[in-house]
Ligand binder design. Structure first.
Ligand code: HEM
Length: 86
């Protein structure tokens, strides 16, 4: 449920930027995209461009009609939040 989801600032998101451990944010939600990489119709290389960062802009530019919330529901890790100010 929603209670088990994490609040993830950009500095944490950034650490998950490898093929084996790839997270990306789309419209405020952070997904583990690793299991989906080999299924992406646009290719693994394209999807890896947004690993470790917010992919909302590139996603909207390429296919705003694709429902990422529905497709990657089981890969939801948490929510992107602002960097806490020490
Ligand atoms: C194609 C899903 C992220 C680039 C597609 C298609 C789907 C999809 C379903 C086929 C769409 C269609 O034919 O109408 C996803 C999901 C993403 C994601 C679920 C997020 C996890 C991205 C990102 C980029 C990208 C971030 C760019 C950096 C492309 C391109 C195609 C494509 C270029 C077109 C491939 C072609 O028609 O030859 N994606 N995508 N995708 N995607 Fe993604």
């Amino acid at each position: 449920g929603v209670d088990s989801l994490m609040r993830i600032p950009p500095s944490i998101l950034k650490k998950h930027n490898t093929r084996e451990d790839a997270w990306s944010a789309f419209n405020g939600k952070v997904y583990n995209i690793t299991p989906y990489l080999s299924f992406h119709p646009g290719g693994e290389k394209e999807l890896m461009r947004v690993a470790g960062r917010d992919g909302s802009k590139l996603f909207a530019l390429t296919h705003a009609w694709v429902n990422v919330d529905f497709m990657l529901d089981s890969c939801l890790v948490g929510f992107l939040v602002p960097e806490p100010s020490s």
